[in-house]
Write a protein that binds this ligand. Structure first.
Ligand code: MTE
Length: 337
């Protein structure tokens, strides 16, 4: 697959705003022959849903979240949370459009109940969970994690969920289970980006992601069903998504319908699209730049707006090195990026 790298590859860290990175990512898609039509479409879409779709007075506010019972995160209370309104209105969910505002606008009629999540493959007890199981089968806990996008912005989100390890223990992986493959729902009628290649950024759907089995079993790896005390809104991956805090955000796959234990390293969406830019491991690594921009620092998304000066240094493994670095101790992380 021929991928044209735009000449803006010489950008310095100081030149990068999350918007410029975003534009460059779209350049990649464009250079592959799919002009993202978000710009065209964006003008035709109302922007009001972003501001208040939890407000029942808003006609577009068809999606309702529900309060959850969970154990609060006492470890990470010192992390400054990103305002909820930012977390639910600045999204990457290409199934609902490749522009940051589109998922919140185009996903409000997304049906998450009934839902089925199947866990299968190399295991003793494959199971299928339904919608209610997702919030009742495991004790829910809050985890305040930083989400670091490969586009060099970050947010701090109070997720609610349970460790993926708890779920995998239930199905009893066998000794051939070396990797875990995750798949998002494929439903082009509900997810317009899946049938409109322009809207969906030219990605081949369904969106797929993968982890090595030890990464999947790491206690930090979260299956999230909520944020800010409530069930997930659709734009954040309702009814269940992955959150892998030491990896770039694209590993944290949304609206999952299948988790499969497999023998071989699976293909993953962004890696298939541009393997020189998006690795399978995708561990946050300030020492390994993206070919077209630096990863040494990141822009915090705050209530100050997208262009507020709020740049912080990026930490190895996004600050979670103590818990995860041992899994990579014999690996050359510039090769396995
Ligand atoms: N999952 C699916 N199915 N489709 C996507 O486009 N985008 C990923 C990830 N999961 C994506 C996805 C990317 S690039 C990021 S940064 C995070 O979701 C963003 O999560 P958020 O919108 O909740 O901040």
């Amino acid at each position: 697959m021929l991928i044209k790298i735009p000449s803006s590859s010489t950008l310095k860290t100081s030149d990068i705003t999350d918007e410029s990175v975003y534009i460059q990512r779209r350049q990649l898609v464009k250079s592959m022959g799919f002009l993202g039509a978000g710009a065209l479409l964006g003008s035709a879409i109302s922007h009001k849903a972003n501001a208040g779709f939890f407000d029942s007075k808003d006609a577009d506010a068809s999606f309702k979240t529900t309060a959850l019972n969970y154990k609060a995160d006492k470890d990470n209370l010192s992390l400054i949370r990103t305002p909820e309104q930012k977390v639910i209105s600045h999204n990457n969910f290409y199934e609902f459009g490749a522009q940051k505002n589109q998922p919140a606008e185009l996903s409000q009629n997304f049906k998450v109940n009934p839902w089925q999540l199947t866990i299968s493959g190399e295991c003793e007890n494959p199971i299928t969970l339904d919608y209610d199981d997702l919030t009742t089968m495991f004790a829910l806990e809050e985890r305040i994690y930083r989400l670091r996008c490969v586009e060099a912005w970050s947010m701090v989100v109070p997720w609610i969920g349970f460790s993926l390890a708890e779920l995998l223990k239930k199905v009893a992986p066998n000794s051939s289970a070396k990797y875990v493959l995750f798949e998002t729902l494929f439903d082009p009628e509900q997810m317009p980006g899946q049938s409109n290649r322009r809207l969906g950024g030219g990605i081949a759907y369904p969106y797929v992601e993968g982890l090595r089995i030890d990464e999947a079993m790491n206690p930090l790896t979260l299956m999230s069903v909520g944020l800010y005390g409530k069930t997930l809104p659709p734009q954040n991956g309702a009814p269940i998504r992955l959150v892998v805090p030491w990896k770039y955000g694209f590993k944290s796959i949304k609206s999952i319908v299948s988790i499969k234990l497999v023998r071989e390293q699976p293909q993953t969406t962004w890696n298939k699209l541009a393997s020189n830019e998006y690795g399978f491991y995708a561990n946050v690594n300030p020492a390994h730049d993206h070919p077209r921009w630096s990863q040494a620092s990141e822009r915090r998304i705050t209530s100050g707006g997208l262009f507020a000066k709020n740049r912080i240094e990026t930490l190895p493994f996004n600050g979670y090195g103590e818990q995860v670095a041992h899994m990579y101790k014999n690996m050359d992380l510039s090769k396995y990026y």
